[in-house]
Write a protein that binds this ligand. Sequence first.
Ligand code: MN
Length: 375
Amino acid sequence: MTQLDRRTVIAGAVAAPMAGGAGGALAQSPRIPLIATEEAYATPELMAQLDAGPPGMTQAEKTYTTLLRSGTAPGASELNRKLCSMEARLAEMDANGVDMHLLSITIPGPQAFPPQEGARIARSLNDGLAEIIRAHPTRFAGLAAIAPQNPEASVAEIERARKDLALNGVIINSHSFGEYLDEAKFRPILAALEAQDMPLYLHPRSPSQAMIGPYENYGLSGALWGYGADCSMHLLRMIFGGVFDDFPRLKVVLGHMGEGIPYYFTRVDNRYRNLMARGGEKLGLKPLRQLPSEYFKSNVYITTSGTFSHKVLGYCLDILGAERILFAIDYPYERSDEAVRFIRTAPLSTADAEQICFRNAQAVFRIKYSAPSRI
Ligand code: MN
């Protein structure tokens, strides 16, 4: 559909009542399938290993873990059960009409451990994940975990995840021991992702120790703000570090409607152009082949995880297009019913709704899903 058509649909919906499922394409028949693409899981073994406070875990994550996931915190046992139990997950999916979860290891995953141990944990998690998917191939797909602090093992694991385990991409929970993916040591990982056509889900975690200072008050280090601040900076480091000039076919997926970056396109492009016209190299800027926002529009996909606002969705749709947006919940940290209500009532054309709800997930992550026959 054209931009104009899309605006008309959105504008038309503004006048219509939004509550009670009115207006959204998903409220119509036939029902559009839902593939949710940022859905966290864990294993009891990993939770126990994280409880021991491995060296790559930030202080903020230790506090967060204690608050949200340790056995003594209110609601923690429920959260742990939802992370670890596939039965509980399937029940919640069924209750909310979610067809598939693309599973990914919860933060910080293997990135919290020393290089050898991290690589071992990643392999074991991926073997287990492939087993879960084999047991429920119509309900689950999965992203491979890697330990980027061990680049050599990560390259081998990306290849194994694609060729032997048929996993659908790779998750990296932002920085590894405070290091970001634009750094030279990680180039072999980016090359392997591109060569294997494995999309990278760049998922947030708490800011690195070098960044954490002012986030340490008022709970700012977590999902409230710090996660997005760190993850958006991570993606900007990749853009400005020339990663997408070196790896033009690398696909990166960001949650939370692009971690705020689409809102800053004009500002970032404008400042980049301005600085480069005044000798920006002296400030450390690198000459890039495209404008920063152009890399975002050609290499990055965004998901709706934890950002259940029709206005934000409409804005992203307008500047990125429906082919760049994927549905996600952020189970179990966000409510499935809220996420599903949001997407079911979104003022979208049927074609856009289909792309966002399942077709883009099929295409980007090679998810084998056959839609139920339409009557
Ligand atoms: Mn998440």
